[in-house]
Write a protein that binds this ligand. Sequence first.
Ligand SMILES: [Fe+2]
Length: 557
Amino acid sequence: MATVLGINAVFHDPAAALVVDGITVAAAEEERFSRRKHGKPPVAFSTWELPEQSMAWCLAEAGIEPTQLDAVAYSYDPDLAFQPDGDITAAEWEGLRTLYAKRAPLFLRSALPGLDPACVRWVGHHVAHAASATFGSGFDPCSVLVLDGRGERASHLAGRAVGGTLEILAAQELPHSLGLLYEELTAHLGFRRSSDEYKVMAMASYAEPSYLDAFRELVRADTAGGFVVGAVDFSDYAPALAPGAEFTARHAALAATVQRRLEEVLLDLARWLHERTGDRDLVMAGGVALNCVANSVLWREGPFERVWVQPAAGDSGTALGAALHVAHELGDAPAPMTTAALGRGWDDAALAAQLGTAEVAFERPGDVADAVAAALADNQVVAWFQGRSEFGPRALGHRSLLADPRRHANLEKLNDIKGREQFRPVAPMVLAERAADIFEGGPMPSPFMLFTHRVREGWAERIPAVVHVDGTARIQTVDRVQEPLMARCLERFEARTGVPVVVNTSLNTAGRPMVDDPRDALECFGSSPVDLLAIGPYVVRRAGVARGGAAAERAAA
Ligand SMILES: [Fe+2]
Protein backbone atom coordinates (compact mmCIF):
# COMPACT_ATOMS: atom_id res chain seq x y z
CA MET A 1 0.00 0.00 0.00
CA ALA A 2 2.11 2.84 -1.25
CA THR A 3 1.70 6.42 -2.36
CA VAL A 4 4.00 7.20 -5.26
CA LEU A 5 4.45 10.44 -7.17
CA GLY A 6 5.93 9.93 -10.63
CA ILE A 7 7.57 12.77 -12.49
CA ASN A 8 9.08 13.35 -15.89
CA ALA A 9 11.51 16.24 -15.86
CA VAL A 10 14.12 15.26 -18.45
CA PHE A 11 13.86 16.20 -22.16
CA HIS A 12 10.36 17.43 -23.03
CA ASP A 13 6.74 17.06 -21.93
CA PRO A 14 7.32 17.33 -18.18
CA ALA A 15 4.48 15.76 -16.25
CA ALA A 16 3.42 14.31 -12.92
CA ALA A 17 1.28 11.34 -11.91
CA LEU A 18 0.12 10.08 -8.54
CA VAL A 19 -0.47 6.38 -7.86
CA VAL A 20 -2.08 5.45 -4.54
CA ASP A 21 -2.29 1.75 -3.64
CA GLY A 22 -1.86 0.87 -7.32
CA ILE A 23 -4.64 3.21 -8.50
CA THR A 24 -3.73 6.15 -10.73
CA VAL A 25 -5.59 9.00 -9.07
CA ALA A 26 -4.17 11.92 -11.04
CA ALA A 27 -1.88 12.57 -14.00
CA ALA A 28 -1.23 15.80 -15.84
CA GLU A 29 1.22 17.49 -18.13
CA GLU A 30 2.94 20.67 -17.00
CA GLU A 31 2.10 22.48 -20.27
CA ARG A 32 -1.59 22.46 -19.36
CA PHE A 33 -0.76 24.60 -16.33
CA SER A 34 2.13 26.71 -17.62
CA ARG A 35 0.49 27.19 -21.06
CA ARG A 36 3.91 26.60 -22.59
CA LYS A 37 3.63 23.94 -25.30
CA HIS A 38 5.67 20.83 -24.44
CA GLY A 39 6.61 22.41 -21.12
CA LYS A 40 10.22 23.29 -21.84
CA PRO A 41 12.92 22.96 -24.48
CA PRO A 42 14.61 19.52 -24.43
CA VAL A 43 18.09 20.85 -23.70
CA ALA A 44 20.46 19.75 -20.93
CA PHE A 45 20.20 23.18 -19.28
CA SER A 46 16.51 22.72 -18.55
CA THR A 47 16.84 19.36 -16.77
CA TRP A 48 16.71 20.95 -13.32
CA GLU A 49 13.21 22.34 -14.02
CA LEU A 50 10.54 20.25 -12.36
CA PRO A 51 6.86 19.95 -13.32
CA GLU A 52 6.08 21.99 -10.23
CA GLN A 53 2.47 22.90 -10.94
CA SER A 54 1.38 19.45 -12.07
CA MET A 55 3.18 17.82 -9.11
CA ALA A 56 1.49 20.19 -6.67
CA TRP A 57 -1.89 19.63 -8.29
CA CYS A 58 -1.58 15.82 -8.18
CA LEU A 59 -0.91 15.96 -4.44
CA ALA A 60 -3.68 18.49 -3.80
CA GLU A 61 -6.15 16.44 -5.83
CA ALA A 62 -5.57 13.47 -3.54
CA GLY A 63 -5.22 15.58 -0.39
CA ILE A 64 -1.70 14.28 0.19
CA GLU A 65 1.20 16.14 1.77
CA PRO A 66 4.76 15.64 0.50
CA THR A 67 5.60 14.04 3.87
CA GLN A 68 3.08 11.27 3.15
CA LEU A 69 4.77 10.12 -0.05
CA ASP A 70 6.41 6.71 0.12
CA ALA A 71 8.40 7.43 -2.99
CA VAL A 72 8.98 9.87 -5.80
CA ALA A 73 9.71 8.02 -9.04
CA TYR A 74 11.91 10.02 -11.42
CA SER A 75 11.77 8.70 -15.00
CA TYR A 76 15.46 8.89 -15.86
CA ASP A 77 18.34 7.04 -14.24
CA PRO A 78 21.53 9.14 -14.19
CA ASP A 79 23.56 6.01 -13.38
CA LEU A 80 22.67 4.66 -16.83
CA ALA A 81 23.62 7.94 -18.52
CA PHE A 82 26.83 9.55 -19.67
CA GLN A 83 29.09 10.17 -16.66
CA PRO A 84 30.64 13.65 -16.68
CA ASP A 85 33.69 12.77 -14.54
CA GLY A 86 33.97 16.34 -13.39
CA ASP A 87 33.45 17.96 -16.79
CA ILE A 88 29.82 18.92 -17.18
CA THR A 89 30.49 20.47 -20.59
CA ALA A 90 31.61 17.13 -22.06
CA ALA A 91 29.59 15.51 -24.84
CA GLU A 92 27.78 18.77 -25.61
CA TRP A 93 26.78 19.31 -21.97
CA GLU A 94 25.35 15.82 -21.66
CA GLY A 95 27.19 15.66 -18.34
CA LEU A 96 25.11 18.57 -17.09
CA ARG A 97 21.94 16.58 -17.73
CA THR A 98 23.35 13.68 -15.74
CA LEU A 99 24.39 15.98 -12.91
CA TYR A 100 20.98 17.68 -12.74
CA ALA A 101 19.23 14.31 -12.71
CA LYS A 102 21.44 13.20 -9.83
CA ARG A 103 20.56 16.39 -7.95
CA ALA A 104 16.85 15.93 -8.50
CA PRO A 105 16.16 14.93 -4.86
CA LEU A 106 17.43 18.33 -3.70
CA PHE A 107 15.43 20.22 -6.32
CA LEU A 108 12.38 18.16 -5.30
CA ARG A 109 12.85 19.00 -1.64
CA SER A 110 12.72 22.69 -2.54
CA ALA A 111 9.63 22.27 -4.70
CA LEU A 112 7.80 20.01 -2.25
CA PRO A 113 8.61 21.28 1.24
CA GLY A 114 8.73 18.47 3.76
CA LEU A 115 9.66 15.80 1.22
CA ASP A 116 12.33 13.37 2.36
CA PRO A 117 14.86 13.49 -0.50
CA ALA A 118 15.87 9.90 0.31
CA CYS A 119 12.51 8.68 -1.00
CA VAL A 120 13.40 9.62 -4.58
CA ARG A 121 13.98 6.61 -6.84
CA TRP A 122 15.35 6.83 -10.34
CA VAL A 123 13.70 4.62 -12.94
CA GLY A 124 15.33 3.98 -16.30
CA HIS A 125 13.66 6.07 -19.00
CA HIS A 126 12.66 3.11 -21.14
CA VAL A 127 11.70 1.00 -18.14
CA ALA A 128 9.30 3.82 -17.24
CA HIS A 129 7.88 3.93 -20.78
CA ALA A 130 7.53 0.13 -20.71
CA ALA A 131 5.74 0.16 -17.34
CA SER A 132 3.26 2.75 -18.60
CA ALA A 133 2.21 0.23 -21.26
CA THR A 134 2.53 -3.12 -19.49
CA PHE A 135 0.63 -2.01 -16.38
CA GLY A 136 -1.62 0.35 -18.36
CA SER A 137 -2.80 -2.42 -20.69
CA GLY A 138 -3.56 -4.92 -17.96
CA PHE A 139 -2.17 -7.61 -20.28
CA ASP A 140 -0.21 -10.26 -18.40
CA PRO A 141 2.00 -11.69 -19.73
CA CYS A 142 2.78 -9.37 -22.61
CA SER A 143 5.57 -8.38 -24.92
CA VAL A 144 6.60 -4.73 -24.89
CA LEU A 145 8.28 -2.47 -27.41
CA VAL A 146 9.49 1.01 -26.51
CA LEU A 147 10.74 3.31 -29.25
CA ASP A 148 11.53 6.99 -28.87
CA GLY A 149 14.17 9.57 -29.74
CA ARG A 150 16.39 8.64 -26.83
CA GLY A 151 16.57 7.73 -23.18
CA GLU A 152 19.80 7.65 -21.17
CA ARG A 153 21.88 5.81 -23.78
CA ALA A 154 19.33 3.87 -25.80
CA SER A 155 16.44 4.57 -28.13
CA HIS A 156 14.59 1.28 -27.85
CA LEU A 157 13.67 -1.52 -25.51
CA ALA A 158 12.16 -4.90 -26.32
CA GLY A 159 11.05 -7.06 -23.47
CA ARG A 160 8.45 -9.15 -21.75
CA ALA A 161 6.47 -8.50 -18.58
CA VAL A 162 5.17 -11.35 -16.46
CA GLY A 163 3.38 -10.61 -13.22
CA GLY A 164 4.53 -7.00 -13.51
CA THR A 165 8.21 -7.92 -13.70
CA LEU A 166 9.99 -6.75 -16.82
CA GLU A 167 12.61 -8.85 -18.56
CA ILE A 168 14.62 -6.79 -21.05
CA LEU A 169 15.41 -8.82 -24.16
CA ALA A 170 17.00 -6.15 -26.35
CA ALA A 171 17.90 -2.47 -26.23
CA GLN A 172 19.29 -0.40 -29.07
CA GLU A 173 22.07 2.00 -28.07
CA LEU A 174 22.41 5.49 -29.49
CA PRO A 175 23.22 6.97 -31.94
CA HIS A 176 20.89 4.56 -33.73
CA SER A 177 17.39 5.89 -33.17
CA LEU A 178 14.22 5.57 -35.22
CA GLY A 179 12.69 8.39 -33.19
CA LEU A 180 15.59 10.75 -33.91
CA LEU A 181 15.50 9.81 -37.60
CA TYR A 182 11.85 10.83 -37.74
CA GLU A 183 12.55 13.97 -35.69
CA GLU A 184 15.32 15.00 -38.05
CA LEU A 185 13.06 14.52 -41.05
CA THR A 186 10.44 16.62 -39.25
CA ALA A 187 12.96 19.47 -38.93
CA HIS A 188 14.12 18.99 -42.55
CA LEU A 189 10.53 19.45 -43.71
CA GLY A 190 10.27 22.79 -41.91
CA PHE A 191 8.37 21.56 -38.85
CA ARG A 192 9.19 21.60 -35.17
CA ARG A 193 11.13 18.54 -34.03
CA SER A 194 9.84 16.53 -31.05
CA SER A 195 6.50 18.18 -31.65
CA ASP A 196 5.27 18.06 -35.24
CA GLU A 197 6.10 14.48 -36.21
CA TYR A 198 2.43 13.76 -36.90
CA LYS A 199 2.54 16.37 -39.68
CA VAL A 200 5.15 14.24 -41.44
CA MET A 201 2.90 11.22 -40.99
CA ALA A 202 0.01 13.15 -42.55
CA MET A 203 2.22 14.35 -45.43
CA ALA A 204 3.37 10.79 -46.09
CA SER A 205 -0.05 9.77 -47.32
CA TYR A 206 0.17 12.23 -50.22
CA ALA A 207 2.84 10.24 -52.12
CA GLU A 208 4.41 6.88 -52.86
CA PRO A 209 7.61 5.89 -51.02
CA SER A 210 9.89 6.50 -54.01
CA TYR A 211 13.21 6.23 -52.17
CA LEU A 212 12.58 2.93 -50.45
CA ASP A 213 15.53 1.06 -51.99
CA ALA A 214 18.01 3.53 -50.55
CA PHE A 215 16.34 3.62 -47.14
CA ARG A 216 16.21 -0.17 -46.94
CA GLU A 217 20.01 -0.01 -47.07
CA LEU A 218 20.28 2.84 -44.58
CA VAL A 219 17.77 1.76 -41.95
CA ARG A 220 17.39 -1.90 -41.06
CA ALA A 221 16.73 -4.30 -38.22
CA ASP A 222 19.63 -6.43 -37.05
CA THR A 223 19.59 -10.02 -35.80
CA ALA A 224 19.81 -9.08 -32.10
CA GLY A 225 16.40 -7.40 -31.80
CA GLY A 226 17.79 -3.93 -32.49
CA PHE A 227 18.44 -1.91 -35.62
CA VAL A 228 20.89 0.21 -37.56
CA VAL A 229 20.26 3.76 -38.74
CA GLY A 230 22.99 4.80 -41.18
CA ALA A 231 24.07 8.35 -41.93
CA VAL A 232 21.15 9.86 -43.82
CA ASP A 233 21.33 13.14 -45.74
CA PHE A 234 17.72 14.03 -46.48
CA SER A 235 18.90 16.73 -48.91
CA ASP A 236 19.87 13.95 -51.31
CA TYR A 237 16.13 13.35 -51.80
CA ALA A 238 14.44 16.72 -51.24
CA PRO A 239 15.84 20.12 -50.21
CA ALA A 240 15.30 21.36 -46.66
CA LEU A 241 12.08 23.35 -46.29
CA ALA A 242 11.78 26.64 -44.43
CA PRO A 243 9.01 26.77 -41.82
CA GLY A 244 5.70 27.37 -43.54
CA ALA A 245 7.04 26.69 -47.06
CA GLU A 246 4.94 24.66 -49.49
CA PHE A 247 6.03 21.06 -49.81
CA THR A 248 6.62 19.44 -53.19
CA ALA A 249 6.00 15.92 -54.49
CA ARG A 250 9.61 15.05 -53.57
CA HIS A 251 9.09 16.11 -49.97
CA ALA A 252 5.95 14.02 -49.74
CA ALA A 253 7.78 11.08 -51.33
CA LEU A 254 10.56 11.42 -48.75
CA ALA A 255 8.03 11.51 -45.91
CA ALA A 256 6.26 8.47 -47.39
CA THR A 257 9.57 6.63 -47.69
CA VAL A 258 10.65 7.20 -44.08
CA GLN A 259 7.15 6.38 -42.85
CA ARG A 260 7.06 3.11 -44.82
CA ARG A 261 10.55 2.15 -43.75
CA LEU A 262 9.64 2.82 -40.12
CA GLU A 263 6.65 0.49 -40.51
CA GLU A 264 8.82 -2.22 -42.08
CA VAL A 265 11.47 -2.06 -39.36
CA LEU A 266 8.82 -2.05 -36.62
CA LEU A 267 7.39 -5.22 -38.14
CA ASP A 268 10.86 -6.79 -38.09
CA LEU A 269 11.33 -5.79 -34.43
CA ALA A 270 7.92 -7.16 -33.50
CA ARG A 271 8.59 -10.46 -35.28
CA TRP A 272 11.94 -10.84 -33.52
CA LEU A 273 10.26 -10.23 -30.18
CA HIS A 274 7.36 -12.58 -30.89
CA GLU A 275 9.75 -15.37 -31.84
CA ARG A 276 11.25 -15.12 -28.36
CA THR A 277 8.13 -14.64 -26.27
CA GLY A 278 5.34 -16.33 -28.21
CA ASP A 279 2.99 -13.88 -26.48
CA ARG A 280 -0.45 -13.10 -27.77
CA ASP A 281 -0.28 -9.44 -26.78
CA LEU A 282 2.05 -6.58 -27.61
CA VAL A 283 2.07 -3.27 -25.75
CA MET A 284 3.91 -0.16 -26.86
CA ALA A 285 5.08 3.21 -25.61
CA GLY A 286 7.64 5.87 -26.52
CA GLY A 287 7.06 8.77 -28.89
CA VAL A 288 7.25 6.53 -31.97
CA ALA A 289 4.17 4.69 -30.68
CA LEU A 290 2.13 7.85 -31.32
CA ASN A 291 2.54 7.03 -35.03
CA CYS A 292 -0.97 5.65 -35.48
CA VAL A 293 -0.34 4.64 -39.11
CA ALA A 294 2.59 2.45 -38.08
CA ASN A 295 0.61 1.07 -35.14
CA SER A 296 -2.11 -0.03 -37.52
CA VAL A 297 0.39 -1.77 -39.79
CA LEU A 298 1.70 -3.63 -36.73
CA TRP A 299 -1.82 -4.60 -35.77
CA ARG A 300 -2.73 -5.77 -39.29
CA GLU A 301 0.51 -7.43 -40.39
CA GLY A 302 2.41 -8.14 -37.17
CA PRO A 303 2.59 -11.45 -35.30
CA PHE A 304 0.64 -10.33 -32.22
CA GLU A 305 -3.09 -10.79 -31.84
CA ARG A 306 -3.70 -7.68 -29.76
CA VAL A 307 -1.77 -4.41 -29.70
CA TRP A 308 -2.26 -1.87 -26.91
CA VAL A 309 -0.60 1.54 -27.01
CA GLN A 310 -0.23 3.83 -24.01
CA PRO A 311 -2.23 7.00 -24.83
CA ALA A 312 0.48 9.15 -23.23
CA ALA A 313 3.13 7.33 -25.27
CA GLY A 314 5.44 10.35 -25.34
CA ASP A 315 7.67 11.35 -22.45
CA SER A 316 4.82 12.66 -20.30
CA GLY A 317 3.74 9.04 -19.94
CA THR A 318 7.03 8.17 -18.24
CA ALA A 319 5.80 10.05 -15.16
CA LEU A 320 2.95 7.56 -14.94
CA GLY A 321 5.12 4.59 -15.89
CA ALA A 322 7.78 5.41 -13.31
CA ALA A 323 5.13 5.69 -10.59
CA LEU A 324 3.53 2.36 -11.60
CA HIS A 325 6.93 0.68 -11.71
CA VAL A 326 7.84 1.84 -8.19
CA ALA A 327 4.34 1.04 -6.86
CA HIS A 328 4.90 -2.52 -8.08
CA GLU A 329 8.34 -2.61 -6.46
CA LEU A 330 6.69 -1.56 -3.20
CA GLY A 331 4.26 -4.46 -3.38
CA ASP A 332 1.18 -2.98 -5.04
CA ALA A 333 -0.57 -4.45 -8.08
CA PRO A 334 -1.16 -1.48 -10.42
CA ALA A 335 -4.64 -1.29 -11.92
CA PRO A 336 -5.03 -1.08 -15.71
CA MET A 337 -5.63 2.30 -17.33
CA THR A 338 -9.22 2.48 -18.50
CA THR A 339 -9.36 6.20 -19.21
CA ALA A 340 -7.04 9.05 -20.04
CA ALA A 341 -9.28 11.48 -18.13
CA LEU A 342 -6.86 11.83 -15.24
CA GLY A 343 -6.37 15.60 -15.23
CA ARG A 344 -8.21 18.55 -13.70
CA GLY A 345 -11.98 18.76 -13.47
CA TRP A 346 -14.49 21.22 -11.98
CA ASP A 347 -17.91 20.72 -10.47
CA ASP A 348 -20.99 22.48 -11.82
CA ALA A 349 -20.96 25.21 -9.18
CA ALA A 350 -17.33 26.09 -9.90
CA LEU A 351 -18.06 26.27 -13.63
CA ALA A 352 -21.11 28.49 -13.07
CA ALA A 353 -19.02 30.76 -10.84
CA GLN A 354 -16.35 31.03 -13.52
CA LEU A 355 -18.95 31.91 -16.18
CA GLY A 356 -20.41 34.48 -13.80
CA THR A 357 -17.02 36.06 -13.20
CA ALA A 358 -16.50 36.34 -16.95
CA GLU A 359 -19.97 37.95 -17.24
CA VAL A 360 -20.99 35.87 -20.21
CA ALA A 361 -24.59 34.89 -20.76
CA PHE A 362 -25.13 31.19 -20.34
CA GLU A 363 -28.00 28.80 -20.03
CA ARG A 364 -28.55 25.34 -18.65
CA PRO A 365 -30.42 23.22 -21.21
CA GLY A 366 -32.30 20.16 -20.01
CA ASP A 367 -29.82 17.92 -21.82
CA VAL A 368 -26.48 19.44 -22.81
CA ALA A 369 -25.64 16.43 -25.01
CA ASP A 370 -28.81 16.95 -27.03
CA ALA A 371 -28.28 20.73 -27.24
CA VAL A 372 -24.81 20.11 -28.65
CA ALA A 373 -26.09 17.47 -31.08
CA ALA A 374 -28.64 20.00 -32.34
CA ALA A 375 -25.97 22.66 -32.81
CA LEU A 376 -23.69 20.22 -34.65
CA ALA A 377 -26.49 19.08 -36.92
CA ASP A 378 -27.01 22.77 -37.69
CA ASN A 379 -23.33 22.95 -38.74
CA GLN A 380 -22.14 24.86 -35.72
CA VAL A 381 -18.66 24.34 -34.32
CA VAL A 382 -18.78 23.40 -30.64
CA ALA A 383 -16.15 23.68 -27.93
CA TRP A 384 -16.79 20.77 -25.58
CA PHE A 385 -15.39 21.01 -22.05
CA GLN A 386 -16.50 18.09 -19.90
CA GLY A 387 -15.14 16.24 -16.92
CA ARG A 388 -11.44 15.77 -16.24
CA SER A 389 -8.89 16.76 -18.86
CA GLU A 390 -6.97 14.15 -20.83
CA PHE A 391 -3.50 12.93 -19.94
CA GLY A 392 -1.48 12.68 -23.16
CA PRO A 393 -1.57 14.55 -26.44
CA ARG A 394 -5.02 13.53 -27.71
CA ALA A 395 -8.38 15.15 -27.08
CA LEU A 396 -10.68 12.26 -26.23
CA GLY A 397 -13.98 13.99 -25.65
CA HIS A 398 -13.14 16.06 -22.58
CA ARG A 399 -11.41 19.08 -24.15
CA SER A 400 -12.55 18.81 -27.76
CA LEU A 401 -13.70 20.87 -30.71
CA LEU A 402 -16.63 19.16 -32.39
CA ALA A 403 -18.21 19.64 -35.80
CA ASP A 404 -20.47 17.97 -38.35
CA PRO A 405 -18.49 15.37 -40.37
CA ARG A 406 -20.95 15.44 -43.27
CA ARG A 407 -19.54 18.70 -44.59
CA HIS A 408 -16.07 18.61 -46.11
CA ALA A 409 -15.69 22.35 -45.54
CA ASN A 410 -15.56 21.70 -41.80
CA LEU A 411 -12.04 20.30 -42.19
CA GLU A 412 -10.88 23.64 -43.53
CA LYS A 413 -12.89 25.55 -40.95
CA LEU A 414 -11.35 23.63 -38.03
CA ASN A 415 -7.84 23.90 -39.46
CA ASP A 416 -8.42 27.66 -39.76
CA ILE A 417 -9.60 27.93 -36.16
CA LYS A 418 -6.51 26.07 -35.06
CA GLY A 419 -4.15 27.81 -37.49
CA ARG A 420 -3.10 24.45 -38.88
CA GLU A 421 -1.88 23.42 -42.31
CA GLN A 422 -4.68 22.40 -44.62
CA PHE A 423 -3.16 18.99 -45.37
CA ARG A 424 -3.76 17.94 -41.77
CA PRO A 425 -6.71 15.63 -41.18
CA VAL A 426 -9.23 15.83 -38.37
CA ALA A 427 -10.53 12.71 -36.73
CA PRO A 428 -13.91 11.10 -36.11
CA MET A 429 -15.51 10.01 -32.88
CA VAL A 430 -17.94 7.17 -33.35
CA LEU A 431 -20.32 5.32 -31.09
CA ALA A 432 -18.49 2.12 -30.13
CA GLU A 433 -21.33 -0.18 -31.15
CA ARG A 434 -21.60 1.42 -34.60
CA ALA A 435 -17.87 1.66 -35.31
CA ALA A 436 -17.55 -1.66 -37.16
CA ASP A 437 -20.39 -0.66 -39.52
CA ILE A 438 -18.39 2.33 -40.71
CA PHE A 439 -14.70 1.55 -40.19
CA GLU A 440 -12.53 -1.54 -40.72
CA GLY A 441 -8.93 -2.70 -40.77
CA GLY A 442 -7.97 -1.71 -37.23
CA PRO A 443 -8.53 -2.78 -33.65
CA MET A 444 -11.98 -2.37 -32.09
CA PRO A 445 -12.62 -0.77 -29.75
CA SER A 446 -10.11 2.01 -30.27
CA PRO A 447 -10.78 4.46 -27.42
CA PHE A 448 -7.50 6.38 -27.51
CA MET A 449 -7.09 7.41 -31.20
CA LEU A 450 -3.87 5.46 -31.65
CA PHE A 451 -4.74 3.54 -34.82
CA THR A 452 -6.07 4.39 -38.24
CA HIS A 453 -8.93 2.49 -39.85
CA ARG A 454 -10.20 2.34 -43.40
CA VAL A 455 -13.56 3.98 -44.02
CA ARG A 456 -15.99 1.40 -45.40
CA GLU A 457 -17.43 1.77 -48.83
CA GLY A 458 -20.47 3.98 -48.94
CA TRP A 459 -19.43 5.94 -45.85
CA ALA A 460 -16.60 8.10 -47.20
CA GLU A 461 -19.09 10.32 -49.05
CA ARG A 462 -21.25 10.61 -45.96
CA ILE A 463 -18.49 11.79 -43.60
CA PRO A 464 -16.05 13.57 -45.93
CA ALA A 465 -14.61 15.91 -43.27
CA VAL A 466 -12.93 13.05 -41.41
CA VAL A 467 -11.66 10.90 -44.30
CA HIS A 468 -7.96 11.38 -45.01
CA VAL A 469 -6.68 11.44 -48.63
CA ASP A 470 -5.75 7.76 -48.38
CA GLY A 471 -9.26 6.72 -47.38
CA THR A 472 -8.44 6.20 -43.69
CA ALA A 473 -9.49 7.85 -40.45
CA ARG A 474 -7.96 7.96 -36.98
CA ILE A 475 -11.01 6.98 -35.02
CA GLN A 476 -11.98 7.19 -31.39
CA THR A 477 -14.65 4.71 -30.38
CA VAL A 478 -16.91 6.05 -27.64
CA ASP A 479 -18.22 3.59 -25.10
CA ARG A 480 -21.53 4.25 -23.31
CA VAL A 481 -20.20 3.06 -19.96
CA GLN A 482 -16.86 4.87 -20.11
CA GLU A 483 -18.09 8.07 -21.75
CA PRO A 484 -21.85 8.31 -21.21
CA LEU A 485 -22.22 12.01 -22.02
CA MET A 486 -20.25 11.90 -25.28
CA ALA A 487 -22.03 8.66 -26.24
CA ARG A 488 -25.37 10.38 -25.69
CA CYS A 489 -24.29 13.33 -27.83
CA LEU A 490 -23.36 10.93 -30.65
CA GLU A 491 -26.65 9.11 -30.25
CA ARG A 492 -28.63 12.35 -30.42
CA PHE A 493 -26.62 13.47 -33.45
CA GLU A 494 -27.42 10.18 -35.17
CA ALA A 495 -31.09 10.58 -34.32
CA ARG A 496 -31.03 13.89 -36.19
CA THR A 497 -28.75 13.02 -39.09
CA GLY A 498 -28.47 9.24 -39.40
CA VAL A 499 -24.73 9.51 -38.78
CA PRO A 500 -23.26 8.29 -35.43
CA VAL A 501 -20.02 10.17 -36.04
CA VAL A 502 -18.79 13.65 -35.16
CA VAL A 503 -15.56 15.46 -35.94
CA ASN A 504 -13.26 15.68 -32.92
CA THR A 505 -10.10 17.70 -32.67
CA SER A 506 -8.29 19.07 -29.66
CA LEU A 507 -9.62 22.21 -28.02
CA ASN A 508 -6.84 24.71 -28.54
CA THR A 509 -5.80 27.38 -30.97
CA ALA A 510 -2.60 27.59 -33.00
CA GLY A 511 0.57 26.65 -31.17
CA ARG A 512 -1.03 26.57 -27.72
CA PRO A 513 -1.39 23.63 -25.37
CA MET A 514 -4.80 22.06 -25.08
CA VAL A 515 -7.36 23.95 -23.03
CA ASP A 516 -7.34 22.69 -19.47
CA ASP A 517 -9.22 25.02 -17.13
CA PRO A 518 -12.47 26.98 -17.61
CA ARG A 519 -10.64 30.25 -18.20
CA ASP A 520 -8.62 28.65 -21.02
CA ALA A 521 -11.92 27.45 -22.49
CA LEU A 522 -13.43 30.94 -22.37
CA GLU A 523 -10.32 32.49 -23.90
CA CYS A 524 -10.34 29.95 -26.71
CA PHE A 525 -14.08 30.44 -27.26
CA GLY A 526 -13.76 34.21 -27.23
CA SER A 527 -10.86 34.38 -29.63
CA SER A 528 -11.92 31.94 -32.34
CA PRO A 529 -15.01 31.46 -34.51
CA VAL A 530 -16.54 28.78 -32.33
CA ASP A 531 -20.35 28.95 -32.23
CA LEU A 532 -21.07 27.29 -28.93
CA LEU A 533 -19.22 26.39 -25.74
CA ALA A 534 -20.63 23.42 -23.83
CA ILE A 535 -19.00 23.56 -20.42
CA GLY A 536 -20.34 21.07 -17.92
CA PRO A 537 -24.14 21.31 -18.05
CA TYR A 538 -24.02 24.89 -19.39
CA VAL A 539 -23.91 26.33 -22.88
CA VAL A 540 -22.58 29.68 -23.98
CA ARG A 541 -23.64 30.87 -27.43
CA ARG A 542 -21.67 33.23 -29.62
CA ALA A 543 -23.43 36.57 -29.90
CA GLY A 544 -25.45 36.66 -33.10
CA VAL A 545 -25.70 32.89 -33.40
CA ALA A 546 -29.27 32.03 -32.66
CA ARG A 547 -30.38 28.60 -31.63
CA GLY A 548 -30.40 26.66 -34.89
CA GLY A 549 -29.47 29.71 -36.92
CA ALA A 550 -25.76 29.49 -37.65
CA ALA A 551 -25.99 27.71 -40.97
CA ALA A 552 -28.72 30.00 -42.24
CA GLU A 553 -26.78 33.07 -41.22
CA ARG A 554 -23.64 31.84 -42.94
CA ALA A 555 -25.57 30.96 -46.08
CA ALA A 556 -27.05 34.45 -46.16
CA ALA A 557 -23.69 36.14 -45.58
FE1 LIG B 1 11.06 8.88 -24.21
